[in-house]
Design a protein around this ligand. Structure first.
Ligand code: UTP
Length: 292
């Protein structure tokens, strides 16, 4: 049973400056819902009961978001805003959420290391706090199912177009079934020629406690950061690490263009204004094409 999840959310968000100078990128809203709320919801929908958020300087808004706000609740209740009241009240009860601060921003691997006393000897899920995945079955649940079968660390991967592999962390290995690969290679941003596959790491993982030993033995790489993929590569030398090809569409809101695309797609899905928004987009495109 996997009941614990870790959500790294301490990063500096340099790709999204200046918006992220004084606010966490994980709180950037997709319409009205902060990105990290989708991530917490995915964990909860996958049966996770206990969440550790790796926080840091300037990330207080995340803690406030998942806490009670009695003054706001009273105002909503008194003004007969029942639906909003329940929605806001529910945020504090979604899961058992804990926080730990990453003292220096030394990379995803370093952030995960902070979870070792919290997760102990249990395998745990990792969900990047700046990545939303829209899927029929929550992706963390898909990974938990793969873990139940293989009993080792599992990395979510998605197929990306072959000519775009150089933007991603790519895995290579031996196919065990249509959806599972036994990983023997992790390559960060390979050239098309170097890439062992078109399977990109998708920001969700199940990790066994052995990852902490691997992280301890992983030296700081690029930008003095400890890379989780380097530690996973080390782990593959000692034990199986699987890649699970997930069903779902990933949105990395940490880069501006993806953020914009996510907002448009989610806007088109919102029943209350989807038709109006669709008409607006058509009109904008028509005007744009006329001007060209
Ligand atoms: P990213 O590499 O996308 O985040 O990490 P970043 O470093 O904030 O991004 P840029 O490149 O500067 O724009 C993915 C997730 O891991 C967290 C981030 O907060 C993000 O949710 N992270 C990253 C940490 O918690 N600690 C780190 O040291 C690095």
């Amino acid at each position: 049973m996997i009941t614990k999840a870790v959500i790294p959310a301490a990063g500096l968000g340099t790709r999204f400056l200046p918006a992220t100078k004084a606010q966490p990128k994980e709180m950037l809203p997709i319409i009205d819902t902060p990105t990290i709320q989708y991530v917490v919801q995915e964990a909860v929908d996958s049966g996770i009961e206990d969440i550790l958020i790796i926080s840091g300087k300037g990330k207080r808004a995340i803690e406030d978001h998942f806490d009670r706000n009695p003054e706001l609740e009273a105002r909503l209740e008194n003004n007969d805003k029942d639906a909003l009241f329940h929605e806001i009240r529910h945020l504090a009860d979604m899961a058992n959420i804990h926080y730990i601060r990453q003292k220096e921003i030394l990379g995803l691997g370093d952030a995960i290391m902070y979870a070792r006393f919290h997760t102990g000897n249990e395998p745990f899920a990792v969900l990047l706090g700046d990545t939303i995945i829209d899927s029929a079955i929550p992706v963390t649940q898909q990974l938990i199912d793969a873990y139940a079968q293989y009993r080792c660390s599992v990395v979510a991967v998605e197929e990306v177009p072959k000519d775009k592999v150089s933007r991603y962390g790519i895995v290579g290995g031996k196919k065990l079934s249509d959806l599972i690969l036994n990983i023997s290679q992790f390559i960060e941003k390979p050239s098309i020629e170097e890439a062992p596959s078109n399977l990109a790491i998708a920001g969700r993982y199940i990790l066994t406690p052995d990852i902490f030993v691997a992280l301890k033995n992983t030296s700081q790489g690029k930008n003095n950061e400890v890379q989780l993929t380097d530690a996973l590569m080390l782990l593959t030398k000692r034990q199986d690490v699987m890649a699970a090809i997930i069903e779902g569409k990933r949105y990395d809101i940490g880069n501006k263009l993806d953020y914009l695309k996510t907002t448009v797609e989610y806007g088109l899905k919102r029943k209350e204004f989807s038709a109006d928004f669709y008409d607006f987009l058509k009109e904008v495109i028509r005007e744009y094409e006329n001007k060209r």
